[in-house]
Design a protein. Structure first.
Length: 328
């Protein structure tokens, strides 16, 4: 628990740093005016698409779990995944542990087994993300080369103009890593850790031997297509970006996906920064890039937290109803 708290602090520091780089010296009034003009129809469509990705991801996770010789109920899988995403909105990747422990509580599936399937799931998604990035960089090498240059320039500028803040950030990261190391050494129980990782490794191997491979591939492709639709809906929501194409929405997904992969709660800050660099690389208005990034991350955060809260309340009502029926 202490290590996860420290990782969360580290994630907040990283996210806050990149959010600062994104918003630094930007006209906030223009950004808020742009966000206030977002078209409700496309916002609603983006919300529907986001909810669809939750469900499809849950079904895909169920396919992996079944490949690990378990038979979880669809409801419990969906509920556990939503709980994980809810926690991920506030902590960097700690939600993956939460959804596995939630599934253990409802389905009695060992955490090591479900965590192995989550790792496998992430491996497949990372392969798609990396493959997509290579293709995009090959097509757009001239323009996207400036993304790396922009990253270096922004970090260098932040360091040179905010020396004290930079020292505090570096010191915080160093302290968190040191404390995490000391706690892991102090609380390490060799046999328990060894058995857990053996079970997890065995589960990863089993989940790669997918019983219903065609369905898994179909669901994986569908997830990424719907995610493109999500980003296209975000583009259509803002008057300044409503003329952008599906191709640009695909670029947003993969370039922004780099930010999601970094240890920041919900990708906030890191994703915003990557999206801003994409807009700059395409010689687009950087203020609109900030507005779009805030709209995308804001809606995603709102939907995830709202749906997670609804799932908690619904599950409590459902359990109370089942308990009442059982006592009759």
């Amino acid at each position: 628990m202490y290590k996860n708290i420290l990782k969360s602090i580290l994630g907040l520091v990283i996210g806050g740093f990149f959010l600062y780089l994104t918003l630094n010296k930007k006209p906030l009034d223009d950004i808020f005016n742009s966000l206030s003009s977002a078209r409700l129809k496309w916002v609603i469509i983006s919300v529907i698409c986001l909810l669809a990705t939750f469900y499809i991801r849950a079904i895909r996770w169920k396919v992996l779990l079944e490949s690990s010789d378990t038979q979880p109920g669809k409801y419990n899988v969906v509920h556990s995944l939503v709980m994980g995403y809810l926690v991920n909105s506030f902590t960097p990747k700690f939600g993956e542990i939460i959804r596995c422990t939630a599934l253990k509580k409802s389905e009695q599936i060992p955490t090591s087994i479900s965590l192995g399937t989550v790792v496998s799931e992430r491996i497949y998604d990372i392969l798609i993300l990396v493959s997509g990035l290579f293709i995009i960089l090959y097509i757009e090498i001239e323009r996207l080369g400036s993304v790396v240059t922009g990253l270096k320039r922004s970090v260098a500028y932040a360091v040179s103009t905010n020396t004290l803040s930079t020292i505090l950030v570096i010191s915080s990261i160093t302290l968190v890593i040191f404390l995490a190391y000391r706690l892991s050494r102090r609380n390490k129980v060799a046999a328990t850790v060894s058995n857990f990782f053996k079970e997890t490794g065995r589960s990863i191997k089993m989940s790669f031997k997918i019983k219903n491979y065609k369905r898994f591939i179909f669901l994986t492709v569908l997830i990424w297509i719907v995610l493109i639709l999500v980003n296209y809906s975000f583009l259509m929501a803002l008057p300044e970006t409503k003329g952008y194409s599906f191709y640009f929405a695909t670029l947003v997904l993969f370039i922004g996906g780099v930010g999601w992969a970094l240890p920041s709660p919900g990708g906030i800050g890191t994703t915003n920064f990557m999206i801003l660099q994409l807009f700059v690389a395409f010689s687009l208005d950087d203020t609109i890039g900030v507005s779009f990034g805030l709209l995308a991350s804001g809606i995603t955060f709102f939907v995830t937290v709202s749906f997670g809260a609804f799932a908690i309340v619904f599950d409590l009502i459902r359990k109370r109803y089942i308990s009442k029926r059982g006592n009759e």
